[in-house]
Design a protein around this ligand. Structure first.
Ligand code: HQG
Length: 189
């Protein structure tokens, strides 16, 4: 994505995931908003955004954070919401192992409560440890947890695969987590 668009992409994340009301738009139940209404509201509230810029952000965003519907008239965030939306993703069977990147400072609390979704609608899991490490780095000195997603799914947990490849689930108890790279059985406890 071109550097000039980074701030506008962050603005779109804020509006489409967390705070549509900050510019006076509303998401529908599945998280969609009309592109024309969004562009008008953004421009009126001090973040001028053209249709071409929006289309370029959707197409080139490195994490494919946004999606247009088939008509191209509506946009939504693929995942990461804190506002209540139902993305209407079908439940999916996860791979046997997924990864979660976090900060070392969170480990004690994760030992107690497992992975909690916090402000967001889901816990976010990555298919590979490198992506997870990059996610963890956002919070401080990173640590990557291996998630026994296959086992947790067989125990009844529901998983979803967002359109950009991020795996979502509501909660992961500590007994399904271990620290990556410390060998089988390197449990959190
Ligand atoms: C941690 C980015 C204490 C959790 C990424 C994380 C992702 C706990 C933090 C997406 C805990 C929440 C989401 C517990 C979990 N006690 N801490 N029991 N359970 N945590 O930002 O997964 O760039 O809400 O480990 O790529 O870091 O925005 O979640 O450190 O996909 O598109 O609480 O955000 O995408 O932080 O990141 P976040 P996340 P974007």
């Amino acid at each position: 994505m071109r550097k000039e668009l980074v701030e506008k992409s962050k603005f779109l994340s804020l509006v489409l995931r967390h705070d549509p009301r900050s510019i006076g738009v509303a998401l529908d139940a599945q998280g969609w908003v009309d592109v024309g209404a969004l562009l008008r509201a953004a421009t009126e509230r001090g973040t001028p955004l053209s249709r071409d810029e929006l289309l370029e952000i959707v197409a080139t965003n490195p994490k494919r954070r946004f999606d247009l519907d088939v008509t191209g008239d509506r946009i939504r965030a693929n995942q990461g919401h804190s506002v209540e939306v139902d993305l209407a993703l079908p439940p999916a069977v996860p791979p046997e192992v997924l990864y979660h990147g976090t900060a070392k400072t969170h480990l004690d609390s994760i030992r107690q409560g497992g992975l909690q979704r916090g402000q967001r609608q889901h816990v976010h899991l990555s298919a590979d440890p490198d992506t997870a490490r990059a996610v963890g780095q956002r919070h401080g000195s990173p640590v990557v947890l291996r998630v026994a997603s296959g086992r947790w799914h067989r125990a009844g947990a529901i998983f979803y695969l967002a359109k950009n490849g991020v795996w979502l689930t509501e909660h992961v108890p500590a007994e399904y987590l271990e620290i990556d790279g410390e060998g089988q059985g390197a449990e959190l406890r």
